[in-house]
Design a protein around this ligand. Structure first.
Ligand SMILES: [Zn+2]
Ligand SMILES: [Zn+2]
Length: 143
Protein backbone atom coordinates (compact mmCIF):
# COMPACT_ATOMS: atom_id res chain seq x y z
CA UNK A 1 0.00 0.00 0.00
CA UNK A 2 1.18 3.49 -0.86
CA UNK A 3 2.11 5.62 2.15
CA UNK A 4 -0.09 8.63 2.79
CA UNK A 5 1.81 11.91 2.64
CA UNK A 6 -1.09 14.20 3.49
CA UNK A 7 -1.24 16.13 0.23
CA UNK A 8 -3.45 13.67 -1.69
CA UNK A 9 -6.71 15.46 -0.99
CA UNK A 10 -7.58 19.17 -0.93
CA UNK A 11 -9.05 20.43 2.36
CA UNK A 12 -12.70 20.21 1.34
CA UNK A 13 -12.49 16.64 0.07
CA UNK A 14 -10.51 15.65 3.15
CA UNK A 15 -13.23 17.14 5.33
CA UNK A 16 -15.82 15.20 3.38
CA UNK A 17 -13.96 11.92 3.89
CA UNK A 18 -13.56 12.64 7.61
CA UNK A 19 -17.30 13.16 7.96
CA UNK A 20 -18.08 9.81 6.29
CA UNK A 21 -15.67 8.25 8.79
CA UNK A 22 -17.31 10.02 11.72
CA UNK A 23 -20.73 8.84 10.49
CA UNK A 24 -19.50 5.28 10.91
CA UNK A 25 -17.99 4.70 7.46
CA UNK A 26 -21.22 4.74 5.51
CA UNK A 27 -23.30 7.75 4.52
CA UNK A 28 -25.97 8.97 2.13
CA UNK A 29 -25.15 12.06 0.12
CA UNK A 30 -28.20 13.87 1.52
CA UNK A 31 -26.91 13.43 5.08
CA UNK A 32 -23.44 14.53 4.00
CA UNK A 33 -24.85 17.59 2.25
CA UNK A 34 -26.81 18.51 5.40
CA UNK A 35 -23.80 18.02 7.69
CA UNK A 36 -21.49 20.04 5.45
CA UNK A 37 -24.08 22.68 4.62
CA UNK A 38 -23.68 22.19 0.87
CA UNK A 39 -26.19 21.31 -1.85
CA UNK A 40 -26.93 17.63 -2.55
CA UNK A 41 -25.40 18.00 -6.01
CA UNK A 42 -22.14 19.34 -4.54
CA UNK A 43 -22.08 16.41 -2.12
CA UNK A 44 -22.78 13.96 -4.95
CA UNK A 45 -19.91 15.39 -7.01
CA UNK A 46 -17.48 15.21 -4.11
CA UNK A 47 -18.54 11.64 -3.34
CA UNK A 48 -18.09 10.67 -7.00
CA UNK A 49 -14.58 12.19 -7.06
CA UNK A 50 -13.63 10.34 -3.86
CA UNK A 51 -15.06 7.14 -5.32
CA UNK A 52 -12.96 7.39 -8.46
CA UNK A 53 -9.91 8.15 -6.30
CA UNK A 54 -10.55 4.83 -4.49
CA UNK A 55 -11.48 6.22 -1.07
CA UNK A 56 -15.22 5.53 -1.25
CA UNK A 57 -17.39 2.82 -2.73
CA UNK A 58 -20.97 3.32 -3.81
CA UNK A 59 -23.39 0.69 -2.59
CA UNK A 60 -26.97 0.87 -3.88
CA UNK A 61 -29.43 1.82 -1.10
CA UNK A 62 -26.69 2.11 1.56
CA UNK A 63 -24.96 5.12 0.08
CA UNK A 64 -21.19 5.66 0.15
CA UNK A 65 -18.92 3.38 2.16
CA UNK A 66 -15.25 3.96 3.05
CA UNK A 67 -12.82 1.62 1.32
CA UNK A 68 -9.79 0.32 3.20
CA UNK A 69 -7.63 3.17 1.90
CA UNK A 70 -10.44 5.63 2.60
CA UNK A 71 -10.56 4.52 6.21
CA UNK A 72 -6.78 4.69 6.51
CA UNK A 73 -6.80 8.18 5.08
CA UNK A 74 -9.64 9.34 7.34
CA UNK A 75 -7.77 8.05 10.40
CA UNK A 76 -4.71 9.98 9.30
CA UNK A 77 -6.86 13.12 8.93
CA UNK A 78 -8.24 12.75 12.46
CA UNK A 79 -4.75 12.14 13.81
CA UNK A 80 -3.35 15.14 11.93
CA UNK A 81 -6.08 17.41 13.28
CA UNK A 82 -5.48 16.29 16.87
CA UNK A 83 -1.68 16.57 16.69
CA UNK A 84 -1.83 20.06 15.15
CA UNK A 85 -4.45 21.11 17.69
CA UNK A 86 -2.37 19.78 20.60
CA UNK A 87 0.77 21.51 19.30
CA UNK A 88 -1.13 24.82 19.13
CA UNK A 89 -2.48 24.37 22.65
CA UNK A 90 1.16 24.25 23.83
CA UNK A 91 1.41 27.88 22.70
CA UNK A 92 -1.28 28.91 25.13
CA UNK A 93 -4.43 28.50 23.05
CA UNK A 94 -7.52 27.05 24.75
CA UNK A 95 -8.71 23.70 23.35
CA UNK A 96 -11.51 25.46 21.45
CA UNK A 97 -9.11 28.00 19.92
CA UNK A 98 -6.57 25.30 19.13
CA UNK A 99 -9.27 23.17 17.45
CA UNK A 100 -10.44 26.10 15.34
CA UNK A 101 -6.95 27.24 14.32
CA UNK A 102 -5.91 23.65 13.58
CA UNK A 103 -8.86 23.30 11.17
CA UNK A 104 -7.54 26.29 9.23
CA UNK A 105 -3.97 25.09 8.81
CA UNK A 106 -4.03 21.29 9.07
CA UNK A 107 -4.49 20.71 5.34
CA UNK A 108 -0.99 22.18 4.75
CA UNK A 109 0.66 19.84 7.25
CA UNK A 110 2.39 16.80 5.72
CA UNK A 111 2.43 13.31 7.17
CA UNK A 112 6.15 13.71 7.80
CA UNK A 113 5.55 16.87 9.84
CA UNK A 114 2.72 15.22 11.81
CA UNK A 115 5.09 12.38 12.74
CA UNK A 116 7.84 14.83 13.73
CA UNK A 117 5.50 16.93 15.88
CA UNK A 118 4.11 13.75 17.47
CA UNK A 119 7.63 12.57 18.33
CA UNK A 120 8.70 15.97 19.64
CA UNK A 121 5.67 16.04 21.96
CA UNK A 122 6.63 12.60 23.25
CA UNK A 123 3.85 10.68 21.43
CA UNK A 124 0.99 12.11 23.47
CA UNK A 125 -2.10 9.96 23.96
CA UNK A 126 -4.66 12.75 24.26
CA UNK A 127 -5.48 16.13 22.74
CA UNK A 128 -8.26 18.61 23.47
CA UNK A 129 -10.01 17.10 20.44
CA UNK A 130 -9.81 13.47 21.54
CA UNK A 131 -7.37 10.55 21.81
CA UNK A 132 -4.37 10.44 19.47
CA UNK A 133 -3.51 7.30 17.53
CA UNK A 134 0.07 6.46 16.61
CA UNK A 135 0.99 4.41 13.61
CA UNK A 136 4.11 2.52 12.66
CA UNK A 137 5.63 5.61 11.04
CA UNK A 138 5.73 7.66 14.26
CA UNK A 139 5.70 5.24 17.12
CA UNK A 140 9.12 4.62 18.67
CA UNK A 141 10.66 1.25 17.77
CA UNK A 142 11.73 0.50 21.32
CA UNK A 143 8.17 0.45 22.69
ZN1 LIG B 1 -10.62 19.68 17.04
ZN1 LIG C 1 3.39 9.25 17.73
Amino acid sequence: MVEIDGSELPARKAEFLKIVYQMGGVAHTNDLAATLGVSPSTATKAAAALTSAGYLEHTPYRGFTLTKSGEEYARFLVRRHRIVSLALSRFGLSSEEACLEASKIESCVSRELVDRICASLGHPMMSGCGPIEHDHSCFPEEL
